[in-house]
Design a protein around this ligand. Structure first.
Ligand code: AMP
Length: 231
């Protein structure tokens, strides 16, 4: 299965990816996490990306596409992947389609998470994350049992540097300008599934969404097989 998670910052892509990658046994590839890892490690890529992350702007396409191509070439992606935060521009989406086409593959599904903007501000400015295992928390709704310590792995729970109201405004404006056109792009490919992600999710709700995703992927594959046989 090859799945993309689409949605503005704060629509819950990371939280959804955390549950989905476990339920579907897919590697979770977050471009934001890859950039943050490179910044923390002080790599050349990290140096080039840092100013963009700090200001809430997108890292240029050629840097981002190169990084994702390298990651997708790794062995664990052979059977599928869950992309979180990529693509974020039309040229990135076109590059992804081209990479898959080289292997006679295509995306199975794009899950588009939708949340009203006032809720996005509340979520992001209270968001916390375990910097070791990536488990998401929220200061108001799901704080870790022991402050600053991950319930699952004991790693440090931190607030991201770019999770401020000011940077969030830039990230949202960038989303509307450059990423929102991807909704139409994938709608036209017939693989977009919209999901209202404004509520909190019980394990049962996550299970029923996973069932819906699997059914939708089956339908998408049937209609793409029909289209190929009619060519
Ligand atoms: P995220 O963790 O997905 O919220 O991403 C954090 C930051 O990483 C973004 O604000 C961008 O600066 C950068 N970033 C992540 N994914 C991309 C992408 N696909 N294209 C360009 N920049 C990205």
């Amino acid at each position: 299965m090859k799945i993309v998670l689409l949605g503005a910052p704060g629509t819950g892509k990371g939280t959804m990816a955390f549950s989905m990658s476990r339920a579907l046994s897919l590697p979770h590839i977050s471009t934001g996490d890859l950039f943050r890892f490179n910044i923390a490690e002080g790599t050349e890529l990290g140096h080039r990306a840092k100013q963009y992350l700090d200001s809430g702007k997108l890292v240029p396409d050629e840097i981002t596409i190169g990084m994702v191509k390298e990651r997708l070439a790794e062995g664990d992606c052979r059977e599928g992947f869950l992309l979180d935060g990529f693509p974020r521009t039309v040229p990135q989406a076109v590059a992804l389609d081209e990479v898959l086409k080289l292997e006679s593959e295509e995306l199975d599904l794009v899950l588009n998470l939708q949340v009203p903007e006032e809720l996005i501000f509340r979520r992001i400015t209270n968001r916390l994350v375990c910097s070791a295992c990536g488990k998401p928390y929220n200061k108001l709704d799901f704080p870790p049992v022991q402050e600053g310590v991950c319930d699952t792995c004991g790693g440090p729970v931190i607030q991201r540097r770019d999770d401020t109201a000011e940077t969030l405004r830039t990230r949202l404006d960038t989303y509307y300008e450059l990423t929102d056109p991807l909704v139409t792009y994938y709608q036209e490919q017939g693989i977009l599934l919209n999901h209202d992600n404004s509520g909190t999710h019980t394990p049962d709700q996550v299970d029923s969404l996973i069932t819906k995703i699997k059914e939708q992927i089956k339908l998408n594959r049937q209609s793409s097989a029909t289209a190929i046989s009619q060519e």
